[in-house]
Ligand binder design. Sequence first.
Ligand code: AMP
Ligand code: TRP
Length: 332
Amino acid sequence: MQRIFSGIQPTGVPHLGNYLGAIRNWAALQTSHECLYCVVDLHAITADHDPKTLAGSTRDLAASLIACGIDPAKHILFNQSAVHAHVRLGWIFTCVARMGWLNRMTQFKDKAGKDRENVSTGLFTYPNLMAADILAYHATRVPVGEDQKQHIELANDIAEKFNHDMGTDFFPHIEPMIMGPAARVMSLRDGAKKMSKSDASDQSRINLTDDAETIALKIKRAKTDPEPLPSEAEGLESRPEARNLVGIYAALMDTDHAHVLKQFGGQGFGAFKSQLADLVVEKLAPIASETRRLLADPAHVDSVLRDGARRAAALANPIVDEAERLVGFLKP
Ligand code: AMP
Ligand code: TRP
């Protein structure tokens, strides 16, 4: 059985993009793979964070993941800082990766913006730690949204250089799994920007915790164009906002763009938006209520994470011990 690893940052509340691009697929893959899912709190401190809320956000996100169907009894759910193997291998990879490789990372360029001199060095070396997250388990499949593809390619470059430099074939090749018609959900306010936890406007995203009324209003106000919906998928090509809403509908119905347009092609956005809102509410409401139920007992969520970390460490420690031996460290 192939081993899967994926991660999500505990910065802000998870949104529909996280759900459709990643979390929903994580849940589905549990029947066919051995899965490790990680709340990446080490990654969360690469940008400014509030030390008073990080622990709570980590627990909240773990509860959301369980509510979305992640099964911590059959698979492993944990928070990254609880397993030291990530940092040990992350450091080794920081010494393997080249400045030029990291300089090409578009997520860094987006996040740093014009303020490059003032962002943390951790934001720059972030992809090294991400490579370590995956490779500390010898995981070979990584279900992510499209935005993470470049980081997976970099992880493979790191693994190959490590293998070459240490004269080994120790680290395996990794394949990203980018799944479904909503692998890149866009902002509801701007079809050129991805839906993101860090967007200043809450109207730009649907949070997994939003109530029915909020969801309906956000979809009603979502940016569109004046044309009716096209009848064929090709008609969405230069219409990013329409394409985004149709993609969300398709993903939630487990179908594709063409199928949705068979039903709605030729109609205006009014009727479509109202059905889309009903569908989003129908899918998200049970997740929000299950998350609330789980968080009524925070100690239980913490104990699930503690158990996950113990099992994750048992898998990662021997692999990272061996990586250290291959590097040449004295292990007295
Ligand atoms: P993050 O919130 O950046 O930690 O992302 C967690 C997971 O959600 C990753 O697999 C991302 O690729 C995925 N993701 C984040 N934003 C989006 C989006 N707008 N559309 C699709 N997937 C996304
Ligand atoms: N970089 C990912 C994101 O921002 C989160 C992440 C960290 C991750 N480590 C990972 C994803 C390992 C997959 C595998 O979305």
